[in-house]
Design a protein around this ligand. Structure first.
Ligand code: 13P
Length: 343
């Protein structure tokens, strides 16, 4: 596979049994995560944490790609191997977050716009040289009273499409991530309506910017009840509504859909993905691109100590395996007890 075989890379990212590990927390976000385990966010601690994740034996069986942050793509494993080469050696594609984060959107109170288009082509060219095969850009849509606004959805869809076109022209497969946040007390119906609207706008913008659908991966949120909603929809309802919404808005030419976890509990994120794959007959591969839902148990086992690396890697391997099974519709809650036997 050459650097520019975008169709091959996109297919490999969503291959059956495998999914993506999102480890592209910005310096600010990883600092927040480290605070939770009382670890100082120094460059060396960030490197050591990512080294622990990426050198997990057997990870490549379930993980097709890892999304890195700019700093991480330039860092090396303890033995001096650049992380991109370490991952590549384990059959894992290295990817890179290229957006510059979300900012308050002018005249749209409570809403965000993602920045980072200026100079993007130049940055992409450097990332290709550093070994990146794909990229990620996250847009955020907030549900609340009177929002999302049309202005916010349109502007974010446009930015996603401009980013995706620039990536493809540079030789990177774009992960297109329009995240509808689960914050709020809205019901699942409202999430469904906003998700459909957002996806329709996103694909209209992708078409207008001439993005090749076969050369991208969509990373959406699932259709779920707001975090603070008194009535939480069950696993089957989430699976049915999410699939229905995606079928209405996502062309079949897209090779795969890799969901974000968005603050769902580890096991629920796995169960939702599994239920969708059990329903089956979707025109695209359905997999994961989880950050928190994959890393959470590893992070809390690690706690910044070299002595905890083996336990943390076991925890990551386990979650990767559970989610790998969910991409095949073969996950069962009883398998959660396997932790400790694997890796
Ligand atoms: P979560 O799975 O923690 O939502 O993170 C995925 C991601 O990459 C967000 O941009």
């Amino acid at each position: 596979m050459t650097t520019n075989d975008l169709a091959g890379i996109a297919k490999a990212m969503v291959a059956p049994g495998r999914g993506i590990l999102a480890a592209d927390e910005s310096t600010g976000t990883i600092e927040k995560r480290f605070k939770g385990i009382s670890v100082e966010s120094t460059e060396e601690n960030r490197r050591a944490y990512r080294d622990m994740l990426f050198s997990t034996k057997g990870l490549g069986e379930f993980i097709s790609g890892v999304i890195l942050y700019d700093e991480t793509l330039r860092q090396k494993s303890a033995d001096g191997t650049p992380f991109a080469a370490l991952l590549g050696g384990n059959g894992i594609l290295p990817g890179i977050k290229v957006d510059a984060g979300t900012k308050d959107m002018a005249f749209c109170p409570g809403e965000k716009i993602t920045e980072g288009l200026d100079g993007l082509a130049k940055r992409c060219a450097e990332y290709v040289k550093l070994g990146a095969k794909f990229a990620k850009w996250r847009a955020v849509i907030t549900i609340g009273e009177g929002i999302p606004s049309a202005a916010c959805i349109t502007a974010n869809a446009h930015a996603l499409a401009r980013y995706a076109a620039i990536c493809q022209a540079s030789g990177l497969v774009p992960i297109v991530e329009p995240e509808v946040l689960m914050d709020g007390d809205h019901g699942i119906e409202r999430c469904e309506e906003v998700t459909e609207r957002t996806l329709r706008e996103t694909f209209a913008a992708l078409a207008s910017q001439r993005v090749v659908l076969e050369h991208m991966v969509l990373k959406p949120s699932m259709v779920i009840s707001g975090k603070d909603c008194a009535k939480q929809a069950g696993v089957q309802e989430v699976a049915v509504r999410t699939l229905q919404t995606l079928k209405r808005a996502v062309p079949a030419a897209v090779p795969g859909i890799a969901f974000l976890s968005g603050g769902q509990s580890d096991e629920l994120a796995t169960a939702h993905l599994n239920a969708m794959n059990k329903i089956g007959r979707a025109p695209w591969a359905l997999t994961f691109s989880y950050g928190r839902a994959l890393q959470h148990p590893a992070l809390t086992s690690w706690k910044g100590s070299a002595g905890n690396v083996a336990a943390a890697q076991r925890a990551l391997h386990h979650r990767a395996r559970m989610n790998g099974l969910a991409t095949l519709g073969q996950y069962r809650a009883e398998l959660e007890k396997d932790l400790g036997k694997a890796a």
